[in-house]
Design a protein around this ligand. Sequence first.
Ligand code: NAP
Length: 273
Amino acid sequence: MLAGVMGWPISHSRSPKIHAYWLARYGVAGAYAPLAVEPGRLEPALRGLAALGFSGCNLTIPHKEAALPFLDVVDENARRIGAVNCVVVGARGELIGRNYDGFGFIAALREAAPGWLAGDAPCVVLGAGGAARAILAGLIEDGARDIRLFNRSPERAGTLADLFGPPVKALPWAQRNDSIGDAGLVVNATSQGMVGQAPLDLSLAALPGSALVCDIVYAPLETPLLAEARRMGATPVDGLGMLLHQARPAFRDWTGIMPEATPELRAAIVSTL
Ligand SMILES: NC(=O)c1ccc[n+]([C@@H]2O[C@H](COP(=O)([O-])OP(=O)(O)OC[C@H]3O[C@@H](n4cnc5c(N)ncnc54)[C@H](OP(=O)(O)O)[C@@H]3O)[C@@H](O)[C@H]2O)c1
């Protein structure tokens, strides 16, 4: 099994370590490589996959959206999200685009709180970039009926509400602190809270103790938002779970084996953060 991750730059990616762990654990002969692909060379790089005998690849910044026109088939989920994070080389060499970020997000929540259901209580999502699109798709697929979407730039939130339809309501950024009193889930899908960035400006004072608070930022692993969630008695869910779980169906597509995100794998990736 040959696969890799295309990005520019690529040295920061944890995907090679994740897939190398699974290749060893499941005894699959093969390799997964970091592939530094300049933005202007994505099409020839993708077209070369079949000739090189690759089963597929992952895509990361800046290629997730740019890849769409170069693929032969893009599944409905990836088309709706407008981004591909997994490419599978089909039996005739065709390139099939998928997006497993929403799957990874929901799987991480279920791991932290097995009985949690997206439809049980309102979901509050902050951010309207690429990651937020995948999260909205995952929540809707999981049965969410009331998703309150806040973004610093309101027009981007409005665009996503139009795209995803009625479960998603775009609300003014200034109202975010007042919208969480009955929430079952609060998600930070902005870049705030990352190493080198200011913390997310959100008060959890009104949050019910039964809620999950997920920060998809994973460096640092415990962001200021998650530390506050812990203090409030809510269930914190860090961004590493999403990263590990989104990789599982890609590995399955390439090898036929659905791998586990084991505590040992998690510890190995935590040691690199
Ligand atoms: N755990 C995982 O597996 C995973 C997967 C994907 C992404 N991520 C992480 O998720 C984060 C977002 O990624 P992305 O690809 O969606 O990025 P993106 O498309 O660039 O979107 C960035 C988002 O952050 C918001 N933002 C930036 N600065 C802000 C500020 N000062 N105050 C409030 N909001 C601000 C932006 O709002 P505006 O629209 O107003 O600019 C936008 O909604 C990154 O930290 C990324 O590392 C994690």
